[in-house]
Design a protein around this ligand. Structure first.
Ligand SMILES: C[S@@+](CC[C@H](N)C(=O)[O-])C[C@H]1O[C@@H](n2cnc3c(N)ncnc32)[C@H](O)[C@@H]1O
Length: 262
Protein backbone atom coordinates (compact mmCIF):
# COMPACT_ATOMS: atom_id res chain seq x y z
CA UNK A 1 0.00 0.00 0.00
CA UNK A 2 1.28 3.42 -0.92
CA UNK A 3 0.02 6.29 1.23
CA UNK A 4 -0.36 9.62 -0.51
CA UNK A 5 0.32 12.38 2.00
CA UNK A 6 -0.09 16.14 1.60
CA UNK A 7 0.82 18.84 4.11
CA UNK A 8 0.53 22.63 4.37
CA UNK A 9 2.29 24.91 6.85
CA UNK A 10 4.64 21.94 6.59
CA UNK A 11 7.60 23.26 8.58
CA UNK A 12 10.20 20.51 8.71
CA UNK A 13 7.64 17.82 7.93
CA UNK A 14 6.91 15.93 11.13
CA UNK A 15 3.90 14.16 9.50
CA UNK A 16 6.16 12.82 6.74
CA UNK A 17 8.93 11.90 9.20
CA UNK A 18 6.44 9.86 11.24
CA UNK A 19 5.51 7.79 8.16
CA UNK A 20 9.21 7.33 7.38
CA UNK A 21 9.98 6.11 10.91
CA UNK A 22 7.05 3.69 10.81
CA UNK A 23 8.56 2.22 7.66
CA UNK A 24 5.41 2.87 5.60
CA UNK A 25 5.39 3.27 1.88
CA UNK A 26 4.36 6.83 1.08
CA UNK A 27 4.67 9.60 -1.45
CA UNK A 28 4.35 13.34 -0.94
CA UNK A 29 1.58 14.77 -3.12
CA UNK A 30 2.18 18.36 -2.05
CA UNK A 31 3.71 20.34 0.80
CA UNK A 32 4.36 23.99 1.48
CA UNK A 33 5.48 26.65 3.90
CA UNK A 34 5.76 30.41 3.66
CA UNK A 35 9.16 30.45 5.39
CA UNK A 36 12.13 30.11 3.04
CA UNK A 37 14.29 28.44 5.69
CA UNK A 38 11.57 25.89 6.41
CA UNK A 39 11.55 25.13 2.70
CA UNK A 40 15.33 24.56 2.71
CA UNK A 41 15.09 22.17 5.65
CA UNK A 42 12.08 20.40 4.14
CA UNK A 43 13.82 19.85 0.80
CA UNK A 44 16.95 18.55 2.53
CA UNK A 45 14.99 16.03 4.55
CA UNK A 46 12.14 14.85 2.31
CA UNK A 47 11.69 13.49 -1.15
CA UNK A 48 9.91 16.33 -2.96
CA UNK A 49 10.17 18.24 -6.21
CA UNK A 50 9.61 21.98 -6.77
CA UNK A 51 6.34 21.42 -8.67
CA UNK A 52 4.81 19.83 -5.58
CA UNK A 53 5.71 22.75 -3.31
CA UNK A 54 3.60 25.82 -2.48
CA UNK A 55 4.58 28.74 -0.32
CA UNK A 56 1.37 30.25 0.99
CA UNK A 57 -1.50 28.06 2.19
CA UNK A 58 -3.87 30.92 1.30
CA UNK A 59 -3.11 30.71 -2.40
CA UNK A 60 -2.51 27.01 -3.06
CA UNK A 61 -5.15 25.44 -5.27
CA UNK A 62 -5.61 21.77 -4.40
CA UNK A 63 -8.40 21.01 -6.90
CA UNK A 64 -5.90 19.25 -9.17
CA UNK A 65 -5.36 16.75 -6.34
CA UNK A 66 -9.01 15.80 -5.90
CA UNK A 67 -9.18 12.18 -4.67
CA UNK A 68 -5.39 11.91 -4.99
CA UNK A 69 -4.63 12.52 -1.31
CA UNK A 70 -5.09 9.86 1.37
CA UNK A 71 -3.86 11.91 4.32
CA UNK A 72 -3.74 15.70 4.67
CA UNK A 73 -2.00 17.15 7.73
CA UNK A 74 -1.56 20.77 8.74
CA UNK A 75 -0.69 22.57 11.93
CA UNK A 76 -1.75 26.01 10.78
CA UNK A 77 0.32 28.84 12.18
CA UNK A 78 -0.54 29.06 15.91
CA UNK A 79 0.71 32.50 16.96
CA UNK A 80 -2.76 34.03 16.89
CA UNK A 81 -3.95 31.46 19.47
CA UNK A 82 -0.87 30.76 21.58
CA UNK A 83 -0.67 31.79 25.24
CA UNK A 84 2.95 32.75 24.46
CA UNK A 85 1.82 35.43 22.06
CA UNK A 86 1.29 38.96 23.37
CA UNK A 87 -1.69 39.96 21.21
CA UNK A 88 -3.62 36.64 21.02
CA UNK A 89 -6.26 37.90 18.63
CA UNK A 90 -7.34 34.37 17.72
CA UNK A 91 -9.63 34.06 14.70
CA UNK A 92 -9.87 37.90 14.78
CA UNK A 93 -6.14 38.17 13.92
CA UNK A 94 -6.21 39.84 10.49
CA UNK A 95 -3.00 38.17 9.26
CA UNK A 96 -3.09 34.64 10.66
CA UNK A 97 -6.42 34.05 12.42
CA UNK A 98 -8.23 32.89 9.32
CA UNK A 99 -5.68 30.36 8.03
CA UNK A 100 -8.08 27.64 9.20
CA UNK A 101 -10.34 28.71 6.33
CA UNK A 102 -7.57 27.74 3.91
CA UNK A 103 -7.32 24.39 5.68
CA UNK A 104 -11.06 23.82 5.15
CA UNK A 105 -10.86 24.94 1.53
CA UNK A 106 -7.97 22.52 0.83
CA UNK A 107 -9.91 19.64 2.43
CA UNK A 108 -12.89 20.42 0.23
CA UNK A 109 -10.73 20.76 -2.86
CA UNK A 110 -8.70 17.56 -2.57
CA UNK A 111 -11.10 15.45 -0.45
CA UNK A 112 -8.51 13.46 1.54
CA UNK A 113 -9.64 10.19 3.12
CA UNK A 114 -8.26 11.40 6.46
CA UNK A 115 -7.07 14.77 7.72
CA UNK A 116 -5.23 15.86 10.84
CA UNK A 117 -5.63 19.42 12.12
CA UNK A 118 -3.08 20.31 14.82
CA UNK A 119 -2.83 23.41 16.99
CA UNK A 120 -2.00 24.86 20.39
CA UNK A 121 -4.44 24.19 23.23
CA UNK A 122 -4.83 27.95 23.74
CA UNK A 123 -7.29 27.78 20.87
CA UNK A 124 -9.65 25.85 23.16
CA UNK A 125 -9.93 28.63 25.75
CA UNK A 126 -9.50 31.84 23.75
CA UNK A 127 -12.89 33.46 23.12
CA UNK A 128 -14.00 34.88 19.79
CA UNK A 129 -14.80 38.57 20.25
CA UNK A 130 -18.51 39.14 20.74
CA UNK A 131 -19.56 35.54 20.01
CA UNK A 132 -19.35 33.86 23.46
CA UNK A 133 -17.65 30.79 22.02
CA UNK A 134 -14.00 29.73 21.87
CA UNK A 135 -11.87 29.86 18.74
CA UNK A 136 -11.82 26.07 18.65
CA UNK A 137 -15.65 25.88 18.90
CA UNK A 138 -15.89 28.27 15.97
CA UNK A 139 -13.27 26.42 13.90
CA UNK A 140 -14.72 23.00 14.77
CA UNK A 141 -18.19 24.10 13.78
CA UNK A 142 -16.90 25.40 10.42
CA UNK A 143 -14.90 22.19 9.87
CA UNK A 144 -18.00 20.15 10.56
CA UNK A 145 -20.46 22.20 8.54
CA UNK A 146 -18.23 22.97 5.59
CA UNK A 147 -16.49 19.60 5.12
CA UNK A 148 -19.06 17.14 6.53
CA UNK A 149 -16.16 14.95 7.78
CA UNK A 150 -16.47 12.70 10.82
CA UNK A 151 -14.49 14.65 13.45
CA UNK A 152 -12.66 13.35 16.52
CA UNK A 153 -10.53 15.61 18.69
CA UNK A 154 -8.43 15.38 21.83
CA UNK A 155 -5.45 16.99 23.52
CA UNK A 156 -2.37 14.81 23.01
CA UNK A 157 0.72 15.52 25.09
CA UNK A 158 4.07 14.24 23.85
CA UNK A 159 5.00 13.08 27.37
CA UNK A 160 2.18 10.54 27.12
CA UNK A 161 3.48 9.23 23.81
CA UNK A 162 7.10 8.45 24.53
CA UNK A 163 8.93 11.81 24.57
CA UNK A 164 9.83 13.50 27.90
CA UNK A 165 8.52 16.90 26.91
CA UNK A 166 5.37 18.60 28.23
CA UNK A 167 3.78 19.66 24.95
CA UNK A 168 0.01 19.42 24.90
CA UNK A 169 -1.52 19.94 21.47
CA UNK A 170 -5.04 19.91 20.14
CA UNK A 171 -5.32 17.16 17.55
CA UNK A 172 -8.45 16.85 15.42
CA UNK A 173 -8.76 13.91 13.04
CA UNK A 174 -11.35 14.04 10.27
CA UNK A 175 -12.50 10.99 8.30
CA UNK A 176 -14.33 11.20 5.01
CA UNK A 177 -16.20 8.01 5.91
CA UNK A 178 -17.69 7.65 9.39
CA UNK A 179 -15.55 5.65 11.85
CA UNK A 180 -15.57 4.53 15.48
CA UNK A 181 -12.07 5.97 15.98
CA UNK A 182 -10.72 6.32 19.51
CA UNK A 183 -7.51 8.17 20.32
CA UNK A 184 -4.50 6.07 21.34
CA UNK A 185 -4.15 5.38 25.07
CA UNK A 186 -1.14 7.02 26.77
CA UNK A 187 1.98 4.89 26.97
CA UNK A 188 4.47 4.68 29.81
CA UNK A 189 7.37 7.11 29.45
CA UNK A 190 10.57 5.10 29.23
CA UNK A 191 13.11 7.86 28.48
CA UNK A 192 14.40 10.84 30.44
CA UNK A 193 15.47 14.28 29.25
CA UNK A 194 19.09 13.25 29.88
CA UNK A 195 18.76 10.56 27.19
CA UNK A 196 18.36 13.33 24.60
CA UNK A 197 21.23 15.55 25.78
CA UNK A 198 24.69 15.76 24.26
CA UNK A 199 27.67 15.13 26.49
CA UNK A 200 30.30 17.79 27.12
CA UNK A 201 28.35 20.85 25.95
CA UNK A 202 30.20 23.87 27.42
CA UNK A 203 28.17 25.99 29.84
CA UNK A 204 28.94 28.58 32.55
CA UNK A 205 26.47 27.51 35.23
CA UNK A 206 23.93 24.75 35.99
CA UNK A 207 21.46 25.95 33.36
CA UNK A 208 22.19 25.93 29.64
CA UNK A 209 20.25 26.26 26.41
CA UNK A 210 19.43 23.13 24.45
CA UNK A 211 21.61 22.68 21.38
CA UNK A 212 19.94 22.52 17.93
CA UNK A 213 20.54 18.75 17.78
CA UNK A 214 18.93 18.29 21.18
CA UNK A 215 15.91 20.40 20.15
CA UNK A 216 15.44 18.35 16.99
CA UNK A 217 15.84 15.06 18.85
CA UNK A 218 13.27 16.13 21.45
CA UNK A 219 10.77 16.55 18.63
CA UNK A 220 11.35 12.92 17.67
CA UNK A 221 13.36 13.43 14.45
CA UNK A 222 16.11 10.97 13.52
CA UNK A 223 18.97 11.65 11.11
CA UNK A 224 17.74 15.21 10.53
CA UNK A 225 19.92 17.11 8.04
CA UNK A 226 20.68 20.63 9.25
CA UNK A 227 21.12 22.96 6.29
CA UNK A 228 20.16 26.31 7.83
CA UNK A 229 21.61 28.43 10.65
CA UNK A 230 21.35 27.03 14.18
CA UNK A 231 18.86 29.76 15.19
CA UNK A 232 16.56 28.62 12.37
CA UNK A 233 16.94 24.95 13.32
CA UNK A 234 15.93 25.74 16.91
CA UNK A 235 12.93 27.76 15.67
CA UNK A 236 11.89 25.00 13.28
CA UNK A 237 12.10 22.39 16.03
CA UNK A 238 9.99 24.64 18.27
CA UNK A 239 7.31 24.88 15.56
CA UNK A 240 7.16 21.17 14.84
CA UNK A 241 4.69 18.51 15.86
CA UNK A 242 6.33 15.79 17.98
CA UNK A 243 6.92 12.88 15.60
CA UNK A 244 6.12 10.23 18.22
CA UNK A 245 2.65 11.71 18.78
CA UNK A 246 1.94 11.35 15.07
CA UNK A 247 3.33 7.81 15.04
CA UNK A 248 0.96 6.81 17.86
CA UNK A 249 -1.91 8.50 16.03
CA UNK A 250 -1.14 6.86 12.67
CA UNK A 251 -0.89 3.42 14.26
CA UNK A 252 -4.22 3.90 16.00
CA UNK A 253 -5.87 5.09 12.78
CA UNK A 254 -4.17 2.19 10.98
CA UNK A 255 -3.23 4.76 8.40
CA UNK A 256 -1.72 2.36 5.88
CA UNK A 257 -5.16 0.91 5.13
CA UNK A 258 -6.08 4.28 3.57
CA UNK A 259 -3.29 3.97 1.00
CA UNK A 260 -3.65 2.83 -2.59
CA UNK A 261 -2.49 -0.36 -4.32
CA UNK A 262 -0.34 0.14 -7.38
C1 LIG B 1 3.26 25.49 13.92
S1 LIG B 1 4.27 25.41 12.49
C2 LIG B 1 3.88 23.82 11.81
C3 LIG B 1 5.09 22.97 11.61
C4 LIG B 1 4.93 21.61 10.98
N1 LIG B 1 3.72 20.94 11.33
C5 LIG B 1 6.13 20.71 11.24
O1 LIG B 1 5.96 19.52 11.32
O2 LIG B 1 7.25 21.18 11.32
C6 LIG B 1 3.51 26.52 11.44
C7 LIG B 1 4.22 26.71 10.12
O3 LIG B 1 3.34 27.49 9.30
C8 LIG B 1 4.11 28.31 8.48
N2 LIG B 1 3.22 29.36 7.97
C9 LIG B 1 2.77 30.48 8.57
N3 LIG B 1 1.94 31.16 7.77
C10 LIG B 1 1.85 30.44 6.62
C11 LIG B 1 1.14 30.61 5.39
N4 LIG B 1 0.35 31.66 5.19
N5 LIG B 1 1.27 29.67 4.44
C12 LIG B 1 2.09 28.59 4.62
N6 LIG B 1 2.80 28.40 5.75
C13 LIG B 1 2.67 29.29 6.74
C14 LIG B 1 5.25 28.77 9.38
O4 LIG B 1 6.36 29.20 8.62
C15 LIG B 1 5.52 27.48 10.18
O5 LIG B 1 6.54 26.71 9.61
Amino acid sequence: MNLRIATSCSGIGAPEEALKQLGLDYEIVFAGDIDKYAKQSYFANHNITEDRWHNDIRTVDATAYKDKVDLFVSGICCQAFSVCSTKRLGVDDPTRGDLYKSFIRIVNECQPKVFVFENVVGMMTLKVKGEGITCWEKIRSSLQKETGYDLHWQVMNSRHYGVPQNRPRLICVGFKEKTDFLFPAPIELKTFLGDYLEKGVPHKNFLRRLTPDECIRLMGFRDFKKVVADTQVVKQAGNSIVVDVLKALYLQIDISKYGVKY
